[in-house]
Design a protein around this ligand. Structure first.
Ligand SMILES: Cc1cc2nc3c(=O)[nH]c(=O)nc-3n(C[C@H](O)[C@H](O)[C@H](O)COP(=O)(O)OP(=O)(O)OC[C@H]3O[C@@H](n4cnc5c(N)ncnc54)[C@H](O)[C@@H]3O)c2cc1C
Ligand code: HEM
Length: 409
């Protein structure tokens, strides 16, 4: 049911409270819900709770909802991101009341005297509104996907790309086609099951991985970087073998290149930090093969030339496209690159280099993806350089930290 004008005013009046105490609220909310409802625990990544990134992502989304309550269309990117994430995790409508119950209970607990009847009434209505919106969009998305739920895939090949990146070639166990299910830039959800390795997590864990090679009817490829202390990535590197089975949810995600949807442009800058190259590589292949008149510049940041994955594949693009340029930033060492005709720079991508590249920013699109610090810096540089938001596209390998709104944490 739509909110009444009085409820909308109450929601707006809570904006300062959310700015100041939103992260404390959502941190406590997750603690309460994960303790009280063990059945939802397997869906949540403990590392995202420990780092505070998931509470921050939820606090941001509540604050943005309250801020743009009169014009929710402004939140389409955020909504798309939440829907994709929920769909790859197979979130179900019947789980929404659980989140709602704990969110409202925690508001009462954390806000104390501020949790008047009006505030609680308005946020209960607002949660219902948001939940209906998400449930409807998620149901539509589930119906549009190549398959629904988990599908078993076998590891048909394991390829070492660099000392810390391994690719998995994943082939459907049912032997049926996947009909090029993924668009370049999308990711999938994976469930790894192993009673011994994941005994602390009731035998299975879930993660998301970008699809690093699309356009095949019989397999998908993901490429995983080893993270020190990381549960899934170390298991994938050290224990998963050819022939093992994993469960995959269908490709999702809004980091896509769509000429119809994108603003008119002549150049595309693809900025990849480290393993952020995984969805960027298929986008580079897509644009250079389908739209040869668009100039594409891949700006790839790595520690060294040796730990830069996909050199041969990038060289194939260089060989087959006249409108493709590569710039390598090496932060630790390396003055030459095995990527043909590419430029090498030392250090990190900075604002000055970006300004030099984006000479014709009115006619440029920027796609970017990398580690947390990279995302924060690039978002800041693009803003300072005046690149309009509708010309920039990004994905996050961690819960969205909304780089545009400040929150106290
Ligand atoms: C859309 C999307 C696409 C992605 N695509 C890719 C991709 O193509 N390739 C890729 O390599 N990754 C990708 N990722 C990241 C991937 O999903 C995993 O997050 C990554 O592999 C790390 O998982 P892990 O299980 O190894 O680490 P986790 O176990 O999740 O740990 C991550 C870090 O947190 C620390 N940690 C864990 N638990 C705790 C705790 N309780 N307290 C303190 N610290 C803790 C660990 O030591 C580690 O450093 C993507 C993520 C998203 C959201
Ligand atoms: C109105 C209700 C909801 C809102 C506003 C909401 C919002 C969000 C946001 C902002 C994220 C982070 C997305 C990102 O990675 O950037 C997220 C992730 C997630 N959501 Fe929801 N959500 C809602 C309901 C639910 C429900 C009902 C469930 C079911 C248990 C759920 C489970 C999850 C999980 C498991 C993640 C990923 C967490 C992780 O990475 O550890 N959400 N949600």
């Amino acid at each position: 049911m739509p909110l009444t004008p009085a409820q909308i005013s109450v929601i707006k009046a809570t904006i300062p409270v959310l700015q100041k105490g939103g992260v404390a609220l959502t941190t406590k909310f997750y603690q309460n819900m994960l303790a009280g409802k063990p059945e939802v625990r397997p869906f949540f990544n403990p590392a995202h709770q420990a780092s505070g990134m998931q509470p921050k992502a939820l606090a941001h989304s509540l604050l943005l909802y309250a801020t743009y309550i009169d014009d929710l269309g402004k939140l389409s990117d955020l909504v798309e991101r939440i829907v994709s994430k929920h769909v790859t995790l197979l979130i179900k409508p019947e789980q929404y009341p659980i989140v709602g119950e704990y969110l409202i209970k925690t508001m009462k607990e954390v806000l104390g005297d501020l949790a008047t009847e009006d505030v609680i009434g308005a946020w209960t209505a607002a949660y219902g509104d948001l939940a209906t919106l998400l449930i409807d969009l998620e149901e539509k998305r589930y119906k549009s996907l190549e398959w629904r739920g988990f599908r078993k895939f076998a590891i048909s090949q394991k390829v070492k790309e660099t000392s810390d990146v391994v690719s998995l070639i994943l082939t459907p166990k049912d032997g049926l086609k996947i009909n090029q299910a993924a668009k370049p830039g999308q990711y999938l959800g994976i469930r790894l099951s192993d009673d011994t390795a994941f005994s602390k997590f009731e035998g299975s864990i879930r993660r998301e991985y970008s699809i690093s090679d699309v356009n095949h009817d019989d397999h998908l490829r993901i490429s995983v970087k080893r993270i020190p202390g990381g549960v899934a990535s170390n298991y994938i590197h050290d224990s998963l073998k050819v022939g093992d089975l994993v469960d995959l949810t269908p490709p999702a995600g809004g980091l896509i290149y769509d000429v119809e949807q994108n603003v008119p442009h002549k150049e595309v800058f693809l900025l990849a930090g480290g393993i952020g190259i995984t969805p960027i590589l298929p986008i580079a292949k897509q644009i250079t093969s389908q739209y040869p008149n668009i100039k594409v510049t891949l700006v790839n940041s790595s520690h060294t030339p040796e730990n830069q994955p996909f050199v041969d594949e990038i060289n194939n693009i260089v060989a087959s496209s006249k409108n493709f340029e590569v710039i390598n930033f090496y932060s630790q060492s390396g003055t030459t690159s095995a990527i043909k005709n590419s430029t090498v720079k030392t250090g990190h991508l900075n604002k000055e280099s970006l300004a030099e590249l984006l000479k014709d920013k009115e006619n440029s699109l920027v796609y970017y993806l990398g580690p947390v610090s990279y995302m924060i810096s690039v978002a800041k540089y693009l803003k300072e350089l005046g690149v309009p938001e509708n010309q920039t596209h990004r994905e996050f390998f961690f819960p969205d930290q909304s780089l545009t709104i400040e929150l106290s944490s």
